[in-house]
Ligand binder design. Structure first.
Ligand code: FAD
Length: 381
C-alpha cells in the first residue's frame, strides 16, 4: 500500500526529506511558499556526512560537479599569521558548492522519485493528525506531515513544540566574486581561509574554478560592517591582505542572521519537524544544512519500520531518540565555537590553537563530520 507524505518547505532539508521518502515508495508532495524553489545565500560547505546523504539520494554527482575540494581549513589572526591549519583527511571530505546547484540536485532526485512540488503555497499551521493548513484556506492531509519550513516554522509553532528560538549576536554578509588567476599565493592554494580581526571575520571559500564565496561575519550591532552595499573600504581596513578580493565585491549580497532553534519534541502524532525548524545552529561548523539533510534521510529510514499508519507516531519517536544526541551535540559545539568571537585577538588565537591541537576537542568539533549517517554507506576507498 502506498503511503502518503506532505512536506512544508522546499529548502535543502525539505527536498532531502522528500527525496528520501519518495525513494522508499512514498507518495510525496512538497508545499513551498516561494513562487519557485530558491536557495538563500551563495555557497555552502558540505562535510562527509552530508556528502554521503547526497550519494545515498543519488544527488551527489550533480551537486558536486566542478566543486572545490579543499585540503586545509585555516584560521588566521589579525596580522594574517596562521593560527591553525587543519588538514582535511580523505575520510572526512569537505566540498563547497553553490547553494543553487545543491538545491537543483536535490530537486532532480525528487523528480526521479516522483515527488510533486507545489510552489506559491504557504503553510500557516499543522495538526498532529498529519495535516497542513494552507494560507489559501485549504487543509491537506496525509499519513505523515513534515514541517521543514525553516527557523520561523509555522508547523513547529502551531504544534506547540517550540522550546528555543533565538538569534545569536552574529550574522554574515554573503556574496560571490569572480575567481582570477593569482588570487592565492602558491602556499594558499586549496585552502578555506578564515581570517579574524577583532569581532569581524572574513571567510574565503572557492566554490568552483570561476567563483569564490565570501562570508563577511560581524556582530549584529556592527551597523557599518553589516551594511549593504558592502562597505569595501571598511572591510579592506580590517583585512588589507585580501584587498584584491574585497575590491571585486559588487554582485548581490545578503545579510543572514545566525539562529538557534530547539523543540520540546520533533513530532506530535503523525507530524514531524526537521532541519532549521527543529534544530537550527549557527554556521560556525558548516553543518546546519548537512544536519537537515542527514535527519531527513534518517526520518525516512525510521519510517520503513512503520507498516501501518498507526505505527507512524512510534516510528517518529524512535527516530528522534536515535538522532537527537548527535544533532544537539553539533548544535552545542557550533554555538561554543562562536563564543571565541568575543575574546581579544591574542587570547582567541591561543584558545583556537590549543583547542584544535587537542585530539579530544578536535574530535568533538568534527564528530558530526565523522558520523555515519543513518541510511548511508561509507564509500570504498
Ligand atoms: C550565513 C549562513 C551560512 C551557512 N553556511 C552553511 C554551510 O556552509 N553549511 C551548512 O551545512 N549549513 C550552513 N548554513 C545553515 C543552512 O543554511 C541551514 O541549516 C539550512 O538551509 C536548513 O535547511 P532547511 O531546509 O531546514 O531550511 P531552509 O533552508 O530555511 O528552507 C526552508 C524552506 O521553507 C520555505 N518556507 C518557510 N516558511 C514556509 C511556510 N510557512 N510555508 C511554506 N514554505 C515555507 C522557505 O521558503 C524555504 O524554501 C548557513 C546558514 C547561514 C545563515
Amino acid at each position: 500500500m502506498t503511503r502518503s507524505a506532505i512536506i512544508s518547505g522546499g529548502g535543502i532539508g525539505g527536498l532531502a526529506t522528500a527525496a528520501a521518502l519518495g525513494q522508499r515508495g512514498w507518495d510525496v508532495t512538497v508545499y513551498e511558499r516561494q513562487p519557485e524553489l530558491r536557495a538563500a545565500g551563495s555557497g555552502i560547505y558540505i562535510w562527509e556526512n552530508g556528502l554521503r546523504v547526497l550519494e545515498s539520494l543519488g544527488a551527489y554527482e550533480e551537486a558536486t560537479e566542478g566543486a572545490f575540494h579543499g585540503t586545509h581549513f585555516e584560521q588566521r589572526d589579525n596580522a594574517n599569521n596562521i593560527i591553525e591549519s587543519a588538514p582535511i583527511g580523505a575520510d572526512k571530505r569537505l566540498l563547497t558548492v553553490l547553494r543553487s546547484r545543491l538545491l537543483s540536485s536535490l530537486k532532480s532526485s525528487c523528480d526521479r522519485f516522483g515527488v510533486k512540488v507545489v510552489t506559491n503555497t504557504e503553510t500557516i499551521g499543522a495538526t498532529a493528525r498529519g495535516e497542513l493548513i494552507l494560507s489559501n484556506g485549504s487543509t491537506v492531509r496525509a499519513d505523515l506531515a513534515v514541517g521543514v519550513d525553516g527557523v520561523w516554522s509555522r508547523v513547529r509553532q502551531s504544534l506547540g513544540l517550540e522550546l528555543v528560538h533565538e538569534q545569536t549576536r552574529e550574522g554574515a554578509l554573503r556574496t560571490m566574486i569572480e575567481a582570477r588567476p593569482g588570487d592565492f599565493a602558491p602556499e594558499d592554494q586549496g585552502k578555506y581561509i578564515e581570517n579574524w580581526n577583532g569581532m569581524r571575520r572574513f571567510l574565503i571559500t572557492p566554490v568552483n574554478a570561476t567563483q569564490i564565496y565570501l562570508a563577511l561575519t560581524c556582530p549584529n550591532d556592527d551597523e557599518a560592517a553589516r551594511g549593504i552595499p558592502i562597505d569595501k573600504a571598511l572591510w579592506t581596513e580590517s583585512f588589507p591582505q585580501w584587498a584584491h578580493l574585497i575590491d571585486r565585491i559588487g554582485g548581490p549580497a545578503s545579510w543572514g542572521v545566525y539562529s538557534v532553534t530547539r523543540a520540546r519534541q520533533w513530532s506530535a502524532g503523525r507530524t514531524a519537524i526537521v532541519g532549521d525548524a527543529a534544530h537550527a545552529q549557527p554556521p560556525n561548523l558548516g553543518q546546519g544544512g548537512g544536519m537537515a539533510m542527514q535527519n531527513g534521510l534518517a526520518l525516512a529510514v525510521a519510517l520503513e519500520q512503520a507498516q501501518d499508519v498507526r505505527d507512524v507516531p512510534a516510528a517518529l519517536e524512535a527516530w528522534e531518540a536515535a538522532q537527537r544526541p548527535l544533532i544537539e551535540h553539533c548544535q552545542r559545539w557550533s554555538i561554543l565555537y562562536g563564543e571565541v568571537t568575543y575574546l581579544p585577538d591574542e587570547v582567541r588565537s591561543r584558545v583556537i590553537r590549543s583547542a584544535m591541537s587537542d585530539p579530544y576537542i578536535a574530535g568533538q568539533v568534527f564528530k558530526a563530520a565523522n558520523s555515519e549517517p543513518t541510511g548511508t554507506v561509507a564509500p570504498q576507498r
